[in-house]
Ligand binder design. Structure first.
Ligand SMILES: [Zn+2]
Length: 308
């Protein structure tokens, strides 16, 4: 809870457009470290910035962070994402997934005949990574380029310099290659309703908080042309509505998330959380569908193509 415990720098300029930053809100709680962070927003493009930026961000990823983050929806999620790549016209070749987590998406790509390569930090999922070509840094897989597609499923917001990541991705792609990015929408309905209590804020692991204008600008500035924008990832959006609502009522954060994904947690609030799940589920479905329809969902997915 001690603000002074966070060792890190306060961002002063926007990571996407170099605009000035103003306070969006203070004291967003990290339920894992119990530390609090501010969110600064760019006055030009709207990109949110976590402040301060921890000097050692790896300290905020527990050993149980990776793996099973999608619980029972993992296979459905991987199939849907693979379909998005397929529909973009990329149907064969080597695909790079930056932030591949537990490799569920890499497995789905392999089943569809692609040659998957992953980037992920840490060695706590080494056993899964042994089945695939997974490295920690982009320069370690440069010899495997050019890639037909590069994907970042909820990973771009974790990087300190998202512009540099997309420039590096662009350099590794074939001409006319496909870029697929999914990020939480920090300007969507659920982000606005819950503010600092929004489940998908996830400070300080999310160093940036995208809105449509910021993401569109970043993609365009780094050598890509956007072909399609989507405004929902159904189970991701739905869970954001439900867990955020529970966190407004229950003193212990993320109880439902920890139970559903097999993470360590106490048992005191489990029954209450599942009771609230039953109440919130229909409301969450309606809000998810409404947000997607209004272009103000909990997720932004961008499908883009590298400019030739
Ligand atoms: Zn900006």
């Amino acid at each position: 809870m001690m603000r002074s415990a966070v060792d890190g720098a306060v961002p002063v300029r926007c990571s996407v457009c170099d605009g000035t930053l103003t306070m969006r809100f203070r004291d967003a709680l990290d339920p894992e470290s119990k530390q609090k962070f501010d969110i600064l927003a760019c006055t030009v493009c709207g990109l949110g910035h976590t402040s301060p930026v921890p000097a050692d961000i790896s300290a905020y990823y527990s050993s149980s962070y990776h793996g099973s983050r999608h619980s029972v929806t993992a296979q459905y999620c991987a199939m849907r994402r693979a379909r998005l790549v397929f529909r973009s016209g990329c149907r064969v070749g080597r695909v790079l997934d930056i932030g591949c987590g537990d490799c569920a998406f890499l497995g789905e790509l392999r089943r569809r005949g692609f040659d998957p390569v992953g980037i992920e930090l840490g060695t706590n999922v080494a056993a899964l990574h042994a089945k695939f070509c997974v490295r920690e840094r982009l320069d370690e897989i440069a010899h495997l380029s050019p890639f037909a597609a590069v994907t970042l499923w909820h990973s771009l917001e974790h990087f300190g310099d998202p512009r540099q990541v997309l420039l590096q991705a662009r350099a590794l792609m074939q001409a006319d290659g496909v870029l697929a990015i999914a990020v939480p929408n920090a300007d969507g309905w659920q982000a606005r309703v819950y503010g600092p209590r929004w489940f998908h804020l996830d400070v300080p692991r999310h160093l940036h908080h995208f809105c449509v204008p910021a993401l569109v600008r970043l993609i365009g500035d780094t050598g890509f042309v956007i072909e399609r924008l989507y405004h929902v990832e159904f189970e991701y959006d739905l869970f954001g509505w439900i867990q955020s609502a529970i966190d407004c009522v229950v003193p212990e954060s993320r109880v439902l998330f920890h139970k559903l994904t097999g993470k360590p947690s106490g048992n005191q609030w489990v029954a209450t959380s599942f009771g609230l799940l039953a109440v919130m589920a229909p409301i969450g479905v309606a809000a998810t569908v409404g947000g997607a329809w209004a272009g103000s969902g909990g997720t932004i997915i961008a499908i883009a193509r590298s400019r030739v």
